[in-house]
Design a protein around this ligand. Structure first.
Ligand code: GTP
Ligand code: MG
Length: 373
């Protein structure tokens, strides 16, 4: 909007609103403190103070867009139960993917390049009719941001610690991410089938890092498992369901979807593709979407089983196609009313990125200059 409120104008100029109101009276305009005045009037008033008013349409519109994008508040009566989003974290090779395999009773590890999880992966599992969404994370130290993002969108974190190896750097990092995101933690002490497994040592080391399990007088649930042998898996799942029920997780399926991009890539045949977690609302093929600095219309959706779907509700993981560009993992996505709106918001964000890059490159060159001197 090109309108300015009297009070804001006064604040910007640095005078009392009454003074502005008097000036307006002199111009034949009767205005109250909270009244809007048009730009032409603002220009005249500002000029009286020796200030040149500049139209800030872009900035103001941007605020409006952000407003549109933050209407996540739902009426309590619109909320229904949703499935928990559970992130599996832990040190490299401690058995995160194997544990998910055991849960899914599939073989994901075998299909991975070198057996190392390179991306955050998502899968949906049904246990006694209750859906749980699992996110796998890589333990390799290069993937700190992916793990941090995993923790942010998560309802429960499973901390996998190998009983033969104990608490390691990425274990500690995962503990810190979970704490920062205020996410409840369930410890899975894995590889208990190994002859050199020492679950007690793991528990002691965890205590040393501020994770007090129930046996140690704390409130963190710990389950001993063997992903390889399928031992303790049922008990772990029971605990996940128990903890998630205490959280009373809810979402509104009858609103446009909002969620987070968890992975993305430029696919040779299909163009930009992104895996998204729908956190609230319903996502449908044909929806206009903004995701970070990208936009588009959902052309197709594929679930974790590789099936095409046309509609998904809260707590779902799907791959989407139809974006203009590749969004970044961790970007928020939101459905907006039409393609035009989506494009407008995305373009403005691109503009912002360009401006920021320009500023930082200028700063860098200045620093370079000083270094030379
Ligand atoms: P990154 O994704 O690379 O961080 O590893 P990860 O934590 O997903 O570990 P992954 O599931 O790939 O397992 C690493 C190795 O440990 C593999 O060789 C698994 O077979 C082995 N492993 C996993 N769970 C168990 C277990 O319960 N017992 C034994 N003996 N080996 C296991
Ligand atoms: Mg893995």
């Amino acid at each position: 909007s090109e309108k300015t409120i009297v009070k804001d104008l006064a604040e910007r100029i640095g005078v009392e609103p009454n003074e502005i109101i008097m000036k307006l009276v002199n111009l034949g305009i009767m205005a109250a403190v909270n009244q809007e005045i048009d730009f032409d009037t603002v220009e005249i008033i500002a000029e009286e103070y020796g200030i040149k008013a500049i139209k800030e349409t872009i900035e103001e519109e941007e605020e409006e867009d952000e407003d549109i994008l933050e209407q996540i508040v739902d009426n309590p009566e619109d909320l229904v139960k949703r499935a928990p989003i559970v992130t599996v974290m832990g040190h490299v090779d401690h058995g995160k993917t194997s544990l998910l395999d055991a849960i899914r009773k599939t073989k994901v590890t075998a299909g991975e390049a070198g057996g190392i999880t390179q991306h955050i992966g998502a899968s949906e599992v049904k246990i006694n009719g209750e859906k749980i969404v699992f996110l796998d994370t890589p333990g390799h130290e290069a993937f700190t941001t992916l793990r941090a993002r995993g923790a942010e969108i998560t309802d429960i974190a499973i901390l996998v610690v190998a009983a033969d190896d104990g608490v390691m750097p990425q274990t500690i990092e995962a503990i810190n991410h979970a704490k920062a995101a205020e996410v409840p933690l369930i410890v899975a002490v894995n590889k208990i089938d190994k002859p050199n497994a020492n679950p007690d040592r793991v528990k002691q080391e965890l205590a040393e890092h501020g994770v007090l399990i129930e046996e140690w007088g704390g409130d963190v649930v710990s389950v001993s498992v063997s992903a390889l042998k399928g031992e303790g898996i049922d008990q772990l799942l029971e605990m996940i369901i128990l903890v998630s029920e205490m959280q009373e997780l809810k979402a509104n399926p009858n609103r446009p979807a909002i969620g987070t991009i968890i992975e993305s890539e430029l696919n040779k045949g299909r163009g930009p593709v992104a895996t998204v977690i729908v956190q609230t609302g319903t996502l449908s093929v044909g929806d206009s979407v903004v995701a970070g600095h990208t936009h588009g219309r959902i052309r197709a959706m594929i679930n974790d089983k590789g099936e095409r779907v046309t509609k998904v509700g809260p707590s779902s993981a799907v791959e989407i196609q139809g974006l203009s560009d590749v969004p970044e993992a961790g970007d928020r996505f939101q459905i907006v009313k039409d393609d035009k709106t989506a494009r407008k918001i995305a373009e403005r964000r691109q503009q912002k990125i360009r401006e920021k890059n320009l500023k930082s490159s200028q700063r860098v060159s200045l620093e370079d200059l000083f270094e030379q001197i």
